[in-house]
Write a protein that binds this ligand. Structure first.
Ligand code: PXL
Length: 285
C-alpha cells in the first residue's frame, strides 16, 4: 500500500472536567491546549461554575443528572477515544458516572489520565467531602497515568501534610500510588526552595526527578495545564519523562509571562501568551 493511501486518523480525547467561567482552569484551559496539539476533544462537563473555587465565593450548577443522558447519546454515536482525561468532580455520585463512562468507552488501548483534583498547598478545596475523597481513590486505582499535586498525593495515600517533605518521602508516596493501582505517576509542582520539581514513577521503574528554577508563584489551573500538555505529548507517543518535561516547561513559561503581565492571582495563568509553543505540525500516523 502506498504512503498516500494509508488511512490517517487524528487522536481523540474525552475530557471529563468542570467548566469554570472565570479564572482559567479545567476545560477552559485543557481544550485550547489539546486542540493546538492537534487532538480532537470531546467534552463532558461535570458542572458549570461562575469562577473556580479559589475566589471568595462561586456559583456552581451541578450537571450530575445530565451525565448519563450525554453518555447515552455518545454511545449511540459509537464514540471511540484514544484518551480519557478526568479532572474536577463535584461529588462522590459523579465518580460513579465516570466509572460508568469507563465501562462504556475505555478499551485496552485507551489511555486513562486521572487528575485527582482535590486540593492544593495542603488544603482540600471547599467542595471535597470524605466520600468524594474515597471516590477519587477508586478512580486513581484505575489510572494509566495519575497526576496529583503533592497535596492530592498525600490525601490519596493518607499521608499527613507537612510543609517540607524529603525526596525519599515523596518517592515513597509515589510508590504507594503505584501500589494503589496506577501504572504511571507524576507528582507535579513540588516546591523545593528555589526549585520547582516533578517526581515521575512508572510501575517496575525507578523514580525520576525533573527540576527547574522556580520563576514565579504557583497559580490555580497550572495542574490542568500540566495535565493537558502531558496528555497531548503522550498521544504524540512521547515517553512519560519527556511528556512531563514538556508539560513542566510549558507551565513555567506560562507562569513567567503571567508574572510579567501582573495578572491578579485569582485570574490564573496567561497560558494564551505561550500557547503557540505547542503548535508544531505533526504528520499523522
Ligand atoms: O485547577 C483545579 C480546579 C478545577 N476546577 C475548579 C477549581 C479548581 C481549583 O481551584 O476550583 C472548579
Amino acid at each position: 500500500m502506498s504512503q498516500m493511501s494509508k488511512p490517517c486518523r487524528q487522536k481523540k480525547a474525552a475530557l471529563i472536567n468542570d467548566l469554570s467561567g472565570l479564572g482559567r482552569c479545567s476545560l477552559s484551559v485543557q481544550l485550547p491546549v489539546l486542540s493546538v496539539m492537534q487532538v480532537e476533544c470531546l467534552l463532558l462537563p461535570t458542572c458549570i461554575l461562575s469562577n473556580h473555587t479559589g475566589y471568595p465565593s462561586f456559583y456552581l450548577k451541578d450537571l450530575t443528572e445530565d451525565l448519563d443522558g450525554m453518555m447515552d447519546e455518545w454511545q449511540k454515536q459509537e464514540v471511540e477515544v484514544d484518551a480519557i482525561v478526568t479532572g474536577f468532580l463535584s461529588s462522590q455520585k459523579q465518580v460513579h458516572h465516570v466509572l460508568r463512562f469507563l465501562d462504556l468507552f475505555q478499551t485496552p488501548k485507551t489511555l486513562l489520565v486521572v487528575d485527582p483534583v482535590m486540593g492544593d498547598h495542603g488544603k482540600p478545596y471547599p467542595t471535597i467531602t470524605p466520600e468524594l475523597q474515597n471516590g477519587m481513590h477508586q478512580l486513581a486505582s484505575r489510572a494509566d497515568v495519575l497526576l496529583p499535586n503533592l497535596t492530592e498525593a498525600c490525601i490519596l495515600t493518607k499521608t499527613a501534610w507537612k510543609e517540607q517533605f524529603s525526596r525519599a518521602e515523596i518517592e515513597r508516596i509515589a510508590a504507594k500510588l503505584i501500589e494503589l493501582g496506577a501504572n504511571q505517576v507524576v507528582i507535579s509542582g513540588i516546591e523545593d526552595g528555589q526549585l520547582i520539581c516533578d517526581c515521575t514513577l512508572e510501575r517496575d521503574g525507578r523514580p525520576a526527578w525533573l527540576e527547574a528554577k522556580k520563576n514565579a508563584q504557583m497559580r490555580s489551573g497550572t495542574g490542568d495545564l500540566f495535565c493537558a500538555v502531558l496528555t497531548g505529548a503522550l498521544l504524540q507517543n512521547k515517553p512519560l519523562d519527556q511528556a512531563a518535561l514538556q508539560a513542566g516547561e510549558f507551565v513555567r513559561k506560562a507562569l513567567e509571562m503571567t508574572q510579567k503581565l501582573h495578572v491578579p492571582q485569582e485570574e490564573g495563568t496567561a497560558f494564551e501568551m505561550v500557547l503557540c509553543d505547542l503548535c508544531s505540525c505533526h504528520s499523522l500516523s
